[in-house]
Design a protein around this ligand. Structure first.
Ligand code: GUN
Length: 291
């Protein structure tokens, strides 16, 4: 009989910190790794993400620094600050928390690729497509590890991604192709999304619309749904882009068909895997230029 499995990203991330020895002992005599997070303007979701990143860094003995700029800051001041971080040898990783006010769009490209801990630079994004050594984007890398450690096979599978952002959709294309998946991307201008999602074996949703994807979008062949969304529903409760209850109830109708099915919860699914990937990237940069 097929089961419905909840992909517990929180638990997996916790065991990966230990397994991969990501948290340096507090008594190391070497300098500690350091991450600088730049925030511009006020975005409520960003505050939660940054707080979680700070907590994980503190747990893993990474020095965490946040530099905040107001939304009407002179763009040259921000760029000068980023230039200074690029050459500061005590700084391993730099990131700009997104979204930023429109005027600052693309400013993260001023981070030099060697310190681009988010993997958003042209070099690192390109690296996902031609298999050269690069820093992988955190959310896509977290998703790939979540699939890997749960033995979810990708070879030959139809993977449909909803959302074409630089943060999730675009880097995922390269990573999934590398694992021999057949990849389709849907976005806001895609016509008849349901016709495409109906053919998905695996569906990855990153559109930022509360509970947008429900059982009408899938068929019984869909065996895995990854929900990247982090929204508030009409009652102010945290929820994803996927209507979790509706999908699980739909899947229950096929409980005798021997297919193992998987779904991520929100919170506790993709989010902790993103933070784990960030810590992993900071440590990778640090250990490669240790001095
Ligand atoms: N906003 C939402 N997710 C992310 C992320 O992974 N990195 C950055 N920089 N901003 C984000």
């Amino acid at each position: 009989m097929g089961n419905i499995n909840i992909l517990n990203g929180k638990k997996l991330a916790e065991s990966l910190y230990e397994m991969q020895d990501l948290c340096l002992a507090d008594d190391v005599e070497l300098r500690k790794p350091k991450l600088v997070v730049i925030t511009i303007g006020d975005d409520d979701a960003s505050k939660v993400y940054v707080r979680n990143k700070k907590k994980a860094c503190e747990k893993c003995n990474i020095i965490f620094e946040q530099k905040h700029f107001s939304e009407d800051e002179d763009i040259n001041i921000v760029l000068d600050y980023m230039k200074h971080l690029n050459i500061d040898r005590s700084v391993d990783g730099i990131m700009v928390q997104l979204p930023v006010p429109y005027r600052f769009k693309g400013i993260e490209q001023a981070i030099m690729p060697d310190k681009d801990v988010d993997g958003f630079s042209t070099y690192n994004l390109g690296g996902t497509l031609n298999n050269v050594k690069h820093i992988p984007a955190c959310t896509p890398n977290g998703i790939m590890e979540l699939l890997h450690y749960n033995d979810i096979d990708l070879e030959g599978k139809n993977v449909v991604i909803i959302g074409r952002s630089n943060i999730v959709g675009k880097p995922l294309i390269g990573m999934l192709l590398e694992r021999n998946a057949t990849v389709t991307i849907c976005h806001s201008k895609t016509e008849n999304i349901k016709n495409i999602t109906a053919n998905a074996d695996i569906l990855i949703v990153a559109i930022g619309k509360p509970k947008f994807i429900n059982s009408y979008y899938i068929t019984s062949k869909c065996m895995c749904i990854i929900d990247v969304g982090m929204n508030r529903d009409e009652n102010g409760e945290l929820c994803g882009d996927v209507d979790f209850e509706d999908i699980v109830n739909y899947w229950k109708m096929f409980s005798t068909d021997n297919i193992e099915r998987y779904i991520t919860p929100v919170p506790g699914g993709v989010g902790p895997m993103t933070v784990y990937s960030l810590v992993k990237n900071v440590n990778m940069i640090y250990s490669e230029q240790l001095y």
